[in-house]
Design a protein around this ligand. Structure first.
Ligand code: FES
Length: 97
């Protein structure tokens, strides 16, 4: 099972393969904004992947388009609602609630 560590809280949890980072966070009381409810429409669930980027399924066109308009993006930015895990990841929540 993939292990996911959320920063800055340091909360570390196990997840099922194919689960989205946002769903994992919300199921484990990790504070993260998600204004559109996980529909790739708001970018408030912005996360920076600190370790294990290859352990996420790659972004689709919709996510890339959203990330493209995000001022605070880094080369390791992903949207938590669109990022499905397949292995261990360490992720920084950019916008806690
Ligand atoms: S929750 Fe809105 S884009 Fe992810």
């Amino acid at each position: 099972m993939p292990k996911i560590k959320f920063m800055p809280s340091g909360i570390e949890v196990q997840a099922r393969e194919g689960e989205a980072l946002l769903d994992i966070a919300l199921a484990n009381d990790v504070s993260i904004q998600h204004a559109c409810g996980g529909f790739c429409a708001c970018t408030t669930c912005h996360c920076e992947i600190l370790e294990g980027e290859a352990n996420l399924l790659p972004p689709d066109e919709d996510e890339l388009e959203r990330l493209g308009v995000l001022d605070a993006r880094t080369p390791h930015s992903r949207l938590a609602c669109q990022s499905k895990v397949k292995g261990d990841v360490v992720v920084r929540v950019v916008n806690p609630e």
